[in-house]
Write a protein that binds this ligand. Structure first.
Ligand code: APR
Ligand code: ZN
Length: 357
């Protein structure tokens, strides 16, 4: 079967023929029907994150179960599923206190999962490697969804939407009438914008370095679009009685944008870091400012969500029309077109590209 593989930092992406093991007793084989191209995949390529190579890309996907190991109880062949890149163990201290997104045992397994036809071991992104025709994953990494749910929407539920909606509802707990700034308008940020609007936030200030994002921001429900330049601070204050926003949500994953989110927030307000940044990108904040501004700085890992509970809930919302994801998908392509989708994402174009392998 075919998969999108990167072999070194910034190496060209290639669709390669790969082999996956048969599912173990506790594993399932899934035919991938739709997979989103997420910035975290780009971070696996461009050196922001340091994954082992060669690596099969992709971690935001949905498909159909083809084959299950004999101990699998969660799903049967034919089930439609969303892939979960952080399946919790349900047994550790964090899982026990109802915070499965902080599970101590989850995380990218370092053991390679697939191999090339010549026997070379292949790693898979976040335990999935979903930019591929198929994946073989532990049963805990699949979540059943209704067969009526379109695969494209289902795929986005597995990362951008769970992360974005969860950041607003569960991490930041945005309340009606609160002011919100969202910095970075990719698949994650645009899903934060619509969730903030749905939560009754007003204004919702959508911020990006790319002016082309203004139209997407408006469709997602932003009240204003602001350019991320030296005018940002003043523009935010003009719209918030001179104070700054109640909530700033950073959806880029860089120290500069975390600082911009910090500055955009009012005294006593909350900064939620949604973007996943690099190990060596240091955020400098003045000690006096930290004290005087009384702001809260926190992060949102996987939307502070329990995917087993929240993905089916979001799937129902898509089906009953209360959660519209159509505006998040700006391009569709095949596996062979996926390298170009990475290039578009690196240039800050569009929202999500969905790959239909
Ligand atoms: N200021 C404002 N916006 C910026 C800046 C900046 N300095 N730099 C980049 N951006 C914008 C880009 O123009 C783009 O619109 O941030 C957006 C990022 O969008 P995507 O590349 O589509 O990223 P996305 O998949 O949404 O992920 C965002 O969340 O899950 C994490 O690892 C992921 O850190 C990444 C973040
Ligand atoms: Zn992602």
């Amino acid at each position: 079967m075919r998969a999108l593989v990167v072999r070194a930092v910034d190496a060209p992406l290639r669709v390669e023929e790969i082999e996956l093991p048969a599912p173990g007793p506790d594993e399932v084989r899934v035919s991938v029907r739709a997979a989103g191209v997420c910035h975290s995949d780009l971070s696996m390529v461009n050196g922001t994150l340091g994954p082992p190579y060669p690596l099969v890309l992709g971690h935001e996907a949905a498909g159909v179960v083809l084959e299950v190991g004999h101990a699998v109880t969660r799903v049967a062949p034919g089930a439609h599923v969303v892939l979960n890149w952080a399946p919790p163990c349900r047994d550790c201290w964090y899982c026990g206190r109802g915070e499965p997104w902080l599970c101590e045992r989850t995380g990218s397994p370092s053991a390679p999962r697939g191999r090339t036809p010549t026997g070379e071991p292949l790693h898979v992104t976040l335990g999935l490697g979903a930019l591929a025709e198929q994946v073989v994953v532990p049963q805990e990494a699949v979540i059943g969804v209704p067969a009526e749910l379109p695969f494209e929407a289902a795929a986005l539920l597995g990362c951008a939407v769970l992360t974005g909606v969860g950041a607003v509802r569960r991490t930041a707990k945005v309340a009606p009438g609160e002011s919100v700034a969202v910095i970075g308008l990719g698949g994650v940020g645009l899903s934060v914008v619509s969730a903030a609007r749905a939560a009754g936030a007003d204004p919702v200030l959508a911020v990006d370095i790319s002016p082309a994002k203004a139209a997407l921001a408006a469709t997602a429900g932003a009240t204003d679009f602001l350019l991320a330049d030296e005018t940002l601070n003043r523009a935010v204050r003009e719209r918030t009685g001179g104070r700054g926003v109640d909530h700033a949500l950073e959806c880029v994953g860089r120290a500069t944008t975390i600082r911009a989110a910090w500055r955009a927030t009012r005294r006593g307000g909350q900064v939620t870091v949604v973007g996943m940044g690099a190990r060596d990108d240091i955020v400098g904040l003045a000690a006096l400012d930290i004290f005087h501004s009384a702001r809260t700085l926190r992060s949102s890992v996987y939307g502070s969500s329990d995917p087993d509970r929240d993905v089916p809930e979001l799937a129902r919302a898509v089906l009953d029309g209360t959660l519209d994801l159509a505006h998040l998908i700006t391009d569709r392509t095949t596996l062979d077109g996926a390298p170009e989708a990475f290039a578009r994402m690196a240039r800050g174009e569009g929202a999500r590209t969905v790959v239909l392998p």
